[in-house]
Each structure stands twice: as structure tokens, then as C-alpha cells.
Design a protein around this ligand. Structure first.
Ligand code: MGD
Ligand code: SF4
Length: 736
């Protein structure tokens, strides 16, 4: 391959703040190819190495992708890609990819499969699904998915009459936060990306949001620019993270006590009259109730509870108020920490409202204004669900995306009605859902299990039928609505033909519809260009020039959609009952929850045990990139961070391999110790996603340790169903 590992590393070398980002000249894709001549193509598309969906441009020489660059026209990449984005070539040419459809040929879990043609595999899947639907009802088929394949299989399931579709990005991630902001502002704090105006912020508060290690391209670019401009960072994290190393205030909080700090900050801001009175009066409801409810949270109390110096608590919030409203308390993203997380997210939302950040420069920009014409390509309405879907469980604010573990529980218990088949696309459930023992038990209970994936992961290798999707560089995938400060539309289109016998998910879903006798839900037209035809019709409905998008820019702006800040003729719209920001939530009160967040103490580890906390690496996405050649070479294994004094007490040396054993006696793979003063004494930290148990993924298998294996305990948030996963305690076992 023309693109050597060495040149890749040059581009992708990590800086202290995360992955380096490569620049691209500002010129259209077609014009560049013409200028270079020869057998060179530049194909604008959208990255899927994570779900920020940056605009990328693939350079293709003689039919091979040799380079990926950031699309300069796309606001989420701004001409740059992170290391993972550039590493997408490694995913495309990974020799461990799934190459053919496979049908199980032995007991589940034994790893025995036979190759099948697409026709045979899809006929088999359709026959099995039909039989299960006939015997137990279509609702007994459940789906779990992450990323773009979900759309196509949602169509299949709904066409069959099942609405039991759930996404781990809800209960294991940001759904909790989104519901809290919907309750408060009537808006999520962002759609494609968080609406944080870091570019113009004067003070940025990060509560466990580890920008720099958590790598979302444009957000990290803006964060770096803000630091360069002298913006002050207040970083609340038990660990001296990359972001903390750039901070004016690092608050090494006792894990699980963030709501105590937030409510105390709210109390200080109110009692010191540091809040934005005019804004609060004009745009919020329930101020007096909040004032009353937070009175009890004094700085003295918070200092004890959070183990932070009182002076630091007061001085940091004074700094924050001093520059308000050009400040932002980042809404965060991954929220499933302690089981009371919706109220922590509410506290962040309320704090932002008191500082008047929504719609203010340096705060949170207003959502862009754009009306996209309805387009469903004349697909008929789905049949009504034969039984009410389970996916919200007993959680009153479980949102529209569904709570994954509810499907898993019903698969195990058969209650309130049985789930007999799973359709799993683009998610490695064994590494995504807490308590792997339950995930395995549920899979063992299934009558039928289909997986659509790129790789033979531990979850995929438990499926009865495995369907190989092609990578994002080999497929059309739709026109994406992108909402940043402006609204726009981006394209995903193939840079090269699908390798092996892999197919795009739209094709798999469409062919399955036909095999199920649901032709009216299949993509119109035949052949591999049918989806592109649909994309063209969609572009037309939206008034977008498809050819410009596909050949030149990869992204187009919706003119006039940008209106980031409040002005006299640009007033914010809050989609709440009161049409204001609801500091006091009657919706929560009605369902028996605290209308203003209150602090709840959680269990802490006993001496000798440490709370297990986890986070991200700038060069990996969950467990999905560990096997990707260059990314694996950059970081092959994770480490466990252990406080230096604790290490001395335990006699553990830096670099020594240990195992972690949790409160239920579950032991990890061996993991290297990073002895450091950069973490509190009561917790240990590791990067999520390593420690695969997937022998066919040669690089990833057995590399590092799996945090999910140790997360046998989780606490469900009673409001949204989020699974609090930082409630496990581990001890360190020295290797013999
Ligand atoms: P979290 O896991 O919530 O992640 O990124 P974030 O939302 O930033 O936060 C991890 C940080 O929380 C760590 O620094 C940890 O020390 C700190 N922490 C742990 N416990 C506590 C606590 O009790 N209190 C406080 N204040 N801090 C605590 C996740 C985000 O990252 C998400 S949701 C996605 S989907 C993306 N995934 C991803 C990826 O996989 N790879 C890379 N490179 N970037 C990613 N960006 C996104
Ligand atoms: Fe790709 Fe990186 Fe953008 Fe994610 S942040 S979409 S991995 S370039």
C-alpha cells in the first residue's frame, strides 16, 4: 500500500492533547483529481470510525484507498481527521474482516460455521424469523444496533410488526443526558454534536468529560483553540486527565459526588447573586423553588462530601460566574455512571440556565433552523405493534430510543412476554452491556440470533447467522442531516467496491424484506445502485444538488439556517410545557421524582478495594478499533492507573502486570500498571474496549483487559433506565 505505516504515524502521532490532525487544501474533490491526472480519484464521504461522522475525502489510486483526509467543507472535520479517521484504511484492508455469510454448524459458541451464499443465508434468516413470528408474535423479535446499519434493519423489524428496537447509545451512554435536557429546555443539548460554543468560551467546565482523550474532531479543535486563546478550564475529574493538564482549576473529586458539587455551585451562585437575573426572569420557571431546594448545600458540606478544598469549590465557581454568560458547563456525553445520573444532568442543565449560557456567545449556540421536506420514498405505514413494545420498561422517561437491558431481561425471563430472536447490527453487546453473564444467558435462551457486522467479535461468534457488512468506505449510506451551528447535508458514498462477499446494510435489509414477502418496504429498483437512486430522490426532495455533493464538496449548507445567539429578533424557543427553561420540573414531580435535583449518597469502596472508573483513548473507539492495524500499533493494550501511595502500600511497581478482581470474584485478564500521582487513592482507571476474547481477531484478541467483564454490577436510573456502571469495586491481584 502506498500509504506506509511511517507516513501514517507522522499524521496520526499523538500530541499531549490527543491525536494530531492533518490539514487539507480547500479545493473540490473532482478538481483535485483532474489536477493530479492519472488514475487518481478523490471521493468525498463520511467517516464512521466513530459516530461524530466527520466529512472525509478518500484518495483512491488504481482502485485502492491510499489516504483519508478531512473534508474542508464539513463543519465537523474542518479539513482534518483524527487518528482514528485516518486509520479507517486499516479497517478496510483488515484481513480479519468477515468475508462471507456464515451459518452455524455446531453448538452456539463453539465457533463452527459453514460459508453460505447470500441467497441461502437470507432465505434461511427469513424462514426462521417468519416461523418465530408465527409462533410467538412478531414482537418476540428484538433488535439492538449502533451506527448507520440500524436504520435499515429498523425498517425490516417494523415492517414485520415488531417495535422492540433499542440502541446502547441510549441507556449505556447519552440518552440519560438528552432526556434531562429535554425535561429542562425542551431540547437535547445537541444533535450531531453538542451545541457548545467552545470557540468563543471564556470559561469551560468539564465534569468528567475528558476532551483530548475523548476525541470528537471539531470539538477538540475548538477546545484547543480556546486554550490557545487563554480560555480558563475548570476540570472536575478524579484523574488528572489530558483536559485537567490544561486547566486553571483541577478538582479531583471523590467519584460519585459530582451532584453535591453542582448543587453547591448552584447555591453559591444564587446566594451570592452571581446568576443572570434578567435571563432567569425572562426565560426560566421555578427559580424560587430551586433557591429553596439548594439552600442546604453549603460549601462546608460540599468540601466534606466531595473531598475537595472549600476554597477551590468557591473560587472555581466565582471564576465561572465572573465571565458568564460567555461560559459553558459542558453537558457531557457518556452519562451512565452511578444510577442517579438523570438528576446530575439536570443539575448541569440548571447551572447553565442560571449562568444564561443557552443562546449566548461562548455558551451554547441555538439549534439551527432548517425544515427538511418529509421523505420516505413512498414506503407504506408500518403495521401497528401487535403488543406494546417492551423497550421502555418501567422507566417513565426512557425516550424514543429504547433501553437495551430491558430486551435482554425479557429474553431471560420471558416476561412480560418472550423475546425469542435477536437481530444485532454494529454493536458488540458483550462489551457494551453491563454484566456479560446476563448477556450470555440471554443469548443462550434465544431461538435464533442474527448478527450483521464487519468483524468476528465475541458477540458475532455467538450468532446463528453472520452477515458481513462492507465498511463505510465501500458503501452508500444515505444523506445525513448535520446540525452544528448551521444545518447541512453530508453524503456517504463508496470510495471502492465492496471487498470479499460483503454487502451494504441497505442491500441486506432490502433483500431481507423481499425474502419476507414485504416487497413494499424494500428499496425501489434493483441492483447495487438502487440506494443511490433513493439518495438522489431524497436530495431532490430537499432541494439539494446531488452531483455537487457527490463530486465536489461532500457537504452542503442549508442557507440561512445559522442563528446561534439570542438577539431581539432571534429569540429562543423552548419546547417545554411552560415554553420556558423548567428549572423546576413538574413532569418529574408528576411521576414521583424530585422536581429539583437532590443529592443522594452512593456506596463507596472499603479499604483495599478501589472504584473502577473507565474512559476513552484518543486512538480507539470503544472495542471496535482495537484490531485496526495502525491504531493497534499506536496503542496495543490498556493500563490500569493506580495511585502511587497505594502502589507502594501494595508493593506494585510501574509497568508490572496485575489482575483486577471485583466484588463478585470476577477476575480480569492481566493488565499493566501505570503507577501515578495523577489519580486519587480510592479509584483505579482503565481505557474501555480492550481485552477481546475473539480468536479470529488476531491483533485484538487478548490485548489488554476488558473493563466490561468487571462490570457485573450496575444500578438502573429510575427516571431514564440508564445503567450506572461505575459502581464496581476491584482489588489488585499481583501476578505470581
Ligand atoms: P466519560 O466516560 O463519561 O466520557 O466521553 P466522555 O463523555 O468524556 O468520562 C471519562 C472521564 O470521566 C475520565 O476522565 C474519568 O477519569 C472521569 N470520571 C470517572 N468517574 C468520575 C466521577 O465520578 N466524577 C467525575 N467528575 N469524573 C469521573 C465519552 C464519549 O467519547 C462518548 S459517549 C462517545 S460515544 C465517544 N467515544 C469515543 C471513543 O470511543 N474513542 C474516542 N477516542 N473518543 C470518543 N469520543 C466520545
Ligand atoms: Fe472519524 Fe475521528 Fe471524526 Fe470520529 S472524530 S468521525 S473517528 S475523524
Amino acid at each position: 500500500m502506498a500509504f506506509s505505516r511511517r507516513s501514517f504515524l507522522k499524521y496520526a502521532a499523538m500530541s499531549a492533547g490527543g491525536a494530531a490532525l492533518a490539514d487539507t487544501p480547500f479545493i473540490s474533490a473532482e478538481a483535485r483529481a483532474k489536477a493530479e491526472g492519472g488514475n487518481v480519484k478523490y471521493v468525498p464521504t463520511s467517516c464512521e470510525m466513530c459516530f461524530w461522522k466527520c466529512g472525509a475525502v478518500a484518495k483512491v489510486v488504481d482502485g485502492k484507498v491510499v489516504k483519508l483526509e478531512g473534508n474542508p467543507f464539513h463543519p465537523q472535520s474542518r479539513g482534518k481527521l483524527c487518528a482514528r479517521g485516518q486509520g479507517g484504511i486499516g479497517q478496510l484492508y483488515d484481513e480479519d474482516r468477515l468475508k462471507h455469510p456464515m451459518i452455524i454448524d455446531g453448538p452456539r459458541g463453539a465457533g463452527k460455521y459453514r460459508e453460505a451464499s447470500w441467497d441461502e443465508a437470507l432465505t434461511y434468516v427469513a424462514k426462521k424469523l417468519k416461523a418465530i413470528a408465527a409462533k410467538h408474535g412478531p414482537e418476540s423479535i428484538g433488535m439492538m444496533s449502533h451506527g448507520s446499519p440500524g436504520d435499515y434493519f429498523t425498517n425490516v423489524l417494523k415492517a414485520m410488526g415488531s417495535h422492540n428496537i433499542a440502541f446502547p447509545s441510549f441507556a449505556q451512554c447519552k440518552g440519560i443526558r438528552d432526556e434531562a435536557w429535554l425535561l429542562t429546555y425542551g431540547h437535547k443539548p445537541g444533535s450531531s454534536c453538542e451545541q457548545v460554543d467552545l470557540e468563543n468560551s471564556r470559561v469551560i467546565v468539564l465534569i468528567g468529560t475528558h476532551l483530548g482523550e475523548n476525541m470528537h474532531n471539531s470539538q477538540n479543535q475548538e477546545f484547543a483553540e480556546a486554550i490557545g486563546r487563554g480560555a480558563k478550564i475548570i476540570c472536575v475529574d478524579p484523574r488528572y486527565s489530558t483536559a485537567a493538564s490544561k486547566a486553571a482549576f483541577w478538582l479531583p473529586i471523590k467519584p460519585g459526588t459530582d451532584t453535591a458539587l453542582l448543587l453547591t455551585w448552584i447555591n453559591i451562585i444564587i446566594s451570592e447573586n452571581w446568576y443572570d437575573k434578567e435571563y432567569v426572569e425572562k426565560y426560566t420557571e421555578g427559580f424560587e423553588q430551586v433557591k429553596e431546594a439548594v439552600k442546604q448545600y453549603t460549601p462546608e458540606w460540599a468540601a466534606q462530601e466531595t473531598e475537595l478544598p472549600m476554597r477551590q469549590i468557591v473560587e472555581s465557581v466565582r471564576e465561572l460566574s465572573r465571565y458568564a454568560p460567555n461560559v459553558v458547563v459542558h453537558p457531557g456525553r457518556h452519562y451512565s455512571w452511578y444510577g442517579n445520573d438523570t438528576q446530575r444532568a439536570r443539575a448541569v442543565a440548571i447551572l447553565n440556565a442560571l449562568l444564561g449560557t443557552w443562546g449566548r456567545k461562548g455558551g451554547m449556540w441555538l439549534p439551527p433552523k432548517a425544515n427538511f421536506a418529509k421523505f420516505n420514498d413512498d414506503i407504506p405505514a408500518y403495521p401497528p405493534a401487535s403488543k406494546p413494545p417492551l423497550i421502555k420498561g418501567d422507566f417513565p422517561f426512557a425516550g424514543g430510543e429504547g433501553v437495551t437491558q430491558v430486551l435482554r431481561d425479557a429474553t431471560i425471563t420471558g416476561k412480560p412476554y418472550p423475546i425469542k430472536a435477536w437481530f444485532v447490527a454494529g454493536t458488540n453487546l458483550m462489551k457494551t452491556l453491563p454484566d456479560q453473564r446476563l448477556t450470555r444467558k440471554a443469548i443462550d435462551n434465544l431461538d435464533f440470533f442474527v448478527a450483521v457486522d464487519l468483524f468476528p467479535t465475541e458477540t458475532v461468534m455467538l450468532a446463528d447467522v453472520i452477515l458481513p457488512e462492507c465498511t463505510y468506505l465501500e458503501r452508500h449510506d444515505g444523506l445525513f442531516k448535520i446540525k452544528t451551528r448551521e444545518a447541512g447535508v453530508a453524503i456517504r458514498q463508496p470510495a471502492v467496491e465492496p471487498m470479499y462477499d460483503s454487502k451494504p446494510a441497505w442491500w441486506i435489509g432490502s433483500e431481507l424484506c423481499k425474502k419476507l414477502g414485504l416487497n413494499e418496504y424494500a428499496v425501489k429498483g434493483n441492483g447495487m445502485d438502487a440506494w443511490e437512486g433513493r439518495m438522489r430522490r431524497q436530495a431532490k426532495a430537499w432541494g439539494i444538488d446531488y452531483d455537487k455533493l457527490a463530486k465536489h464538496t461532500g457537504y452542503v449548507t442549508i442557507p440561512g439556517s445559522e442563528r446561534p445567539y439570542i438577539t431581539a429578533d432571534n429569540q429562543p424557543v423552548f419546547n417545554t410545557f411552560s415554553e420556558k427553561i423548567e428549572l423546576y420540573s413538574e413532569d418529574l414531580e408528576e411521576k414521583g421524582f424530585d422536581p429539583v435535583p437532590q443529592y443522594e449518597e452512593i456506596e463507596h469502596p472499603e479499604k483495599g478495594m478501589y472504584r473502577l472508573i473507565y474512559g476513552r483513548s484518543p486512538v480507539h473507539t470503544f472495542s471496535r478499533t482495537i484490531n485496526t492495524q495502525w491504531l493497534w500499533e499506536l496503542e496495543k493494550e490498556n493500563e490500569v492507573w493506580l495511585n502511587k501511595k497505594e502502589a507502594v502500600r501494595l508493593g506494585v511497581k510501574n509497568g508490572e502486570y496485575v489482575r483486577l478482581e471485583n466484588q463478585d470474584g470476577v477476575r480480569s485478564n492481566k493488565i499493566k500498571t501505570k503507577v501515578t500521582e495523577r489519580i486519587r487513592h480510592d479509584c483505579v482507571y482503565m481505557v474501555h474496549g480492550f481485552g477481546h476474547n475473539a480468536p479470529r481477531m488476531k491483533r485484538a484478541n487478548g490485548s489488554g483487559a476488558d473493563d466490561q467483564k468487571l462490570i457485573t454490577k450496575y444500578i438502573e436510573d429510575p427516571i431514564t433506565g440508564g445503567t450506572g456502571m461505575r459502581v464496581n469495586f476491584v482489588k489488585i491481584i499481583k501476578e505470581a
